[in-house]
Design a protein around this ligand. Structure first.
Ligand code: KG4
Ligand code: ZN
Length: 327
C-alpha cells in the first residue's frame, strides 16, 4: 500500500492506494483562505499546509483503516508547483518515511494528473492522448506507457484555469473562478461576444489564453456599470466558449496528426461540463474511447500521486533526505 501526499498548490491532500484501488483520498481545500486575494498566495498556502498536513495524513490512514505498518512506500509531489507549499508536503513525507526507514517516490504533478486514469474502476491502458488543463498547466500529453508522457503541446502564456480565474475576477466572481463562470454562463448567450480563439490557424498544438483574457478586459471596460451588470452572464458564456473552443480545437488537431484510440481529460478544468460535452461528442464522432475520471480525481488530489508512484522506482532510505522541490 502507498501513502501519497500532494501539496503543490492550495489543496492539502493525502491518500492511500493499494494496487490501483483508492483506499482513502482526503482533500482539504484552502480556497476560502485565498478568495479575498483572487488567487493563491504562496505564503498563505504554505502556512495552511503546515497546519493541516498532519491531520490530513492521519485522516487518510483512519479512513483506510490502516496504520503506517501497512504502508510499503510513500509518495510525494516534488513539482511543478509553488515551492513553499511543495516543501511542506515533501518535508512531511520525508519525515514519515524516514521514521520507518521506508522508501519514498518523488512524483511529477502532471504525471499525477495523467496517472489518475490508471486508477480502478475501469483503468485506461496506454497509449492514449491526455488533455491536462488546470490552474497552473495546460498541455496535451501523448501517453505511451504508464511511467511517463510526451508533451505534444502546451500553453505559451496563461493556463486555461488561470485564464478562467482571471476572467472570473473581472466579472466579480470569487476564486477559483472556473465553477463560477460555468454557473453564470448557463444563463448567458455564448454568441453574444465574439472573443478570439488563439492560434486557430498556426501554433501547432500549443495553446494561448492571454488574448482572450485581454479581449474580456476590453469588453468589460467598454460597458457602463449597469449594462455590465446586465450582460455578465453573456460575457461569462462567451468567454467560457472561447476557452472551451480552443481546448477542443487543439485536441481535435492532435487527433488528426496522430493515431490515437483513446482520449482522457485531467486537471481542474476537466470538471467543466461544456468542455466534457464537447469532447464527448468529438470522441463519439471518431469512435474513440473517452475516459472521464470523477470530478474529485480531476482537481488536485493525492490518489493520483499514489497511482503514479506504482510505476516508478521509489528511492530507498536515506537517499531522499536531501530532496528539494522541483521548481
Ligand atoms: O488541477 P487543479 O485543482 O489545480 C491546479 O493544479 O491548478 O485546477 C484548478 C483549476 C482552477 O483554475 C479552477 O478555476 C479550475 O481548475 N476549475 C474549473 C472548474 N472547476 C475547477 N474550470 C472550469 N470549470 C469548472 N467546473
Ligand atoms: Zn493540478
Amino acid at each position: 500500500m502507498i501513502l501519497a501526499v500532494e501539496t503543490s498548490c492550495d489543496d492539502t491532500c493525502a491518500a492511500l492506494v493499494a494496487d490501483g484501488q483508492i483506499r482513502s483520498n482526503v482533500i482539504s481545500s484552502q480556497a476560502a483562505a485565498h478568495e479575498r486575494y483572487g488567487g493563491v498566495v504562496p505564503e498563505v498556502a504554505s502556512r495552511h499546509h503546515l497546519e493541516l498536513i498532519d491531520r490530513i495524513i492521519l485522516a487518510a490512514l483512519a479512513e483506510a483503516g490502516a496504520s503506517l505498518d501497512d504502508v510499503d512506500a510513500l509518495a510525494v509531489t516534488r513539482g511543478p508547483g509553488m515551492v513553499g507549499p511543495l516543501l511542506v508536503g515533501i518535508t512531511a513525507a520525508k519525515a514519515l518515511a524516514a521514521s520507518r526507514r521506508k522508501p519514498l517516490a518523488g512524483i511529477d504533478h502532471l504525471q499525477g494528473h495523467v496517472a489518475a486514469n490508471f486508477l480502478a474502476p475501469d483503468p485506461l491502458e496506454p497509449p492514449f492522448l491526455c488533455l491536462v488543463a488546470s490552474g497552473g498547466h495546460t498541455l496535451l500529453a501523448g501517453v505511451g506507457d504508464r511511467s511517463g508522457f510526451e508533451i505534444l503541446g502546451q500553453t505559451l502564456d496563461d493556463a486555461a484555469g488561470e485564464a478562467l480565474d482571471k476572467g472570473a475576477r473581472l466579472l466579480g466572481l470569487p476564486y477559483p473562478g472556473g465553477p463560477g463562470i460555468e454557473r453564470l454562463a448557463r444563463e448567458g448567450d455564448p454568441d453574444a461576444f465574439d472573443f478570439p480563439v488563439a492560434l486557430a490557424h498556426g501554433g501547432g498544438l500549443d495553446f494561448s489564453f492571454s488574448g482572450v483574457k485581454t479581449a474580456l478586459l476590453l469588453a468589460v471596460r467598454g460597458l457602463e456599470p449597469d449594462e455590465l451588470d446586465r450582460r455578465r452572464a453573456d460575457l461569462a458564456a462567451s468567454y467560457q466558449r472561447a476557452v472551451v473552443d480552443q481546448l477542443t480545437a487543439r485536441l481535435e488537431r492532435a487527433l488528426e496528426e496522430g493515431t490515437w484510440e483513446a482520449v482522457a481529460l485531467g486537471g481542474g478544468v476537466a470538471a467543466n461540463g461544456p468542455l466534457r460535452e464537447r469532447i464527448a461528442r468529438l470522441c463519439e464522432e471518431r469512435a474513440l474511447r473517452l475516459k472521464l475520471v470523477p470530478m474529485e480525481l480531476c482537481t488536485d488530489n493525492a490518489a493520483m500521486i499514489g497511482s503514479a508512484a506504482r510505476f516508478v522506482d521509489a528511492t530507498p532510505y536515506p537517499d531522499y533526505l536531501g530532496w528539494d522541490a522541483w521548481a
